[in-house]
Design a protein around this ligand. Structure first.
Ligand code: PHB
Length: 397
């Protein structure tokens, strides 16, 4: 082999190496959700949204960048289990984003891990106001109970003189109770009684009976969406509160879209304030619903938790895209603080750069029959671009 031939071979080898595309880069996202137990439908609706988003938005990633979601089942509101799963995802699987978080206690137990490991944590559901203050690496794309229940209280005081307040006995329930009570009483309403219902295996009948005995004009309730919402709705109907003229009101968790078909006719006329309805007619929501039904069947309806997960993925993809696939936790947080989407299925959303919490519209809705099916019909936008009121009132960042 002469010198020239060798040189030519080396050149060919070098050229061929250049022609090989750079090894595909994979961003790992850990998703902690509730996929088993009595609340399994909550996480399923989030997981389906994550998968659908990924399927339909591959073109939103820089070329050569892939996303892998590692999904873990926390089994329900179970902070120790959730913390263990988050830890494994961070330490062993080396995820670059932590997301999911169906429940407040689970998000809270994982928050210190996000700080220690500097892993951006995108909360797709858990709605207790304080959560975002627990780590500078948290951003929330879902909602707070204060966002819906404070304006609900103000609005309700125009229609009802008295209300009874019934909430699940954990973070979001306590927030819903405080927010509604403030809105209602500041506007002249009177709370004639309140009760906190155990989160695990609740029997709603005795609590609804107490509410009925207090003879309020309205019962305001928060329970987790999913099967608990259907169970409290049934208790309200079985005890005849609707026939006794007691209006049922609350945040949209009590009439969550995916459970409406399981609630009979009892929810008709129930009034809620919330940030998302599957029945909303804005084009971005119609497109979202059409894509969902195409993927999961005509009888499947996404929930507000699905939309939280959908928008959460959009925020993560944005952070990946802006960094061309080389994600740095602090740069990611800077980007997520400024994330905006004028066209979410729920309407315009943005992240408040000061608090890393979601800013969105709140709609007044009534359950009505539309095309033979119950639906949360948006009647009016009670407030646009709502920031978490708890943080404003308490001067929290
Ligand atoms: C929460 O744990 O923050 C939570 C759970 C279920 C809901 C809303 C909030 O429907």
């Amino acid at each position: 082999m002469n010198y020239l031939a060798l040189n030519g071979g080396a050149l060919a080898l070098a050229l061929s190496l250049c022609a090989v595309p750079a090894a595909a880069q994979t961003i790992k996202i850990g998703s902690v959700l509730t996929l088993s137990g009595p609340n399994a439908t909550l996480g399923e609706n989030m997981d389906r949204a994550i998968k659908l988003y990924m399927k339909l938005n591959q073109d939103k990633l820089p070329s050569g960048v892939k996303v892998e979601v590692l999904t873990r089942d926390d089994g329900g509101p179970n902070p120790d289990k959730a913390k263990q799963l988050s830890q494994e995802l961070i330490v062993r699987d080396k995820i670059q984003f932590l997301t999911g978080m169906t429940w407040t206690p689970n998000a809270m137990s994982s928050a210190p891990l996000a700080t220690e490991a500097k892993v951006p944590m995108v909360i797709m559901n858990a709605g207790t106001s304080v959560i975002t203050t627990m780590s500078p690496y948290i951003v929330r794309v879902s909602f707070t109970l204060w966002q819906s229940s404070l304006p609900m209280g103000t609005w309700a005081a125009k229609r009802f003189k008295t209300a009874y307040v019934a909430v699940s006995d954990f973070g979001p329930g306590h927030d819903a109770e405080a927010a509604f009570t403030k809105g209602f009483t500041d506007a002249g309403g009177k709370v004639v009684g309140n009760v906190r219902i155990p989160l695990a295996n609740p029997d709603f009948i005795p609590f609804m009976q107490r509410a009925k005995d207090a003879k309020p004009e309205a019962v305001f309730a928060f329970v987790p969406a999913g099967k608990q919402a259907t169970a409290i709705m049934k208790a309200y109907g079985e005890l005849g509160l609707d026939k006794a003229g007691v209006k049922f009101i609350g945040p949209g968790d009590i009439t969550t879209d995916e459970e409406l078909p399981n609630m009979g006719d009892v929810p008709l006329g129930v009034l809620t304030v919330f940030h998302y309805s599957a029945a909303a007619t804005r084009p971005a929501n119609k497109a979202f619903i059409a894509a969902w039904k195409k993927e999961y069947g005509e009888n499947s309806t996404p929930s507000f938790m699905s939309v939280g997960a959908w928008d959460g993925m959009d925020a993560i993809y944005y952070a990946i895209r802006e960094q061309k696939g080389k994600v740095d936790p602090d740069k990611t947080m800077e980007l997520l603080r400024r994330y905006k989407n004028p066209n979410s299925p729920r309407g315009p959303i943005s992240i408040d750069p000061d608090t890393r919490d979601i800013v969105q519209n709140e709609y007044l809705r009534e359950v009505r029959r539309v095309g033979g099916k119950l639906a949360n019909v948006e009647l009016e936008t009670v407030q646009t671009a709502v920031k978490d009121p708890w943080k404003i009132i308490n001067n929290k960042k």
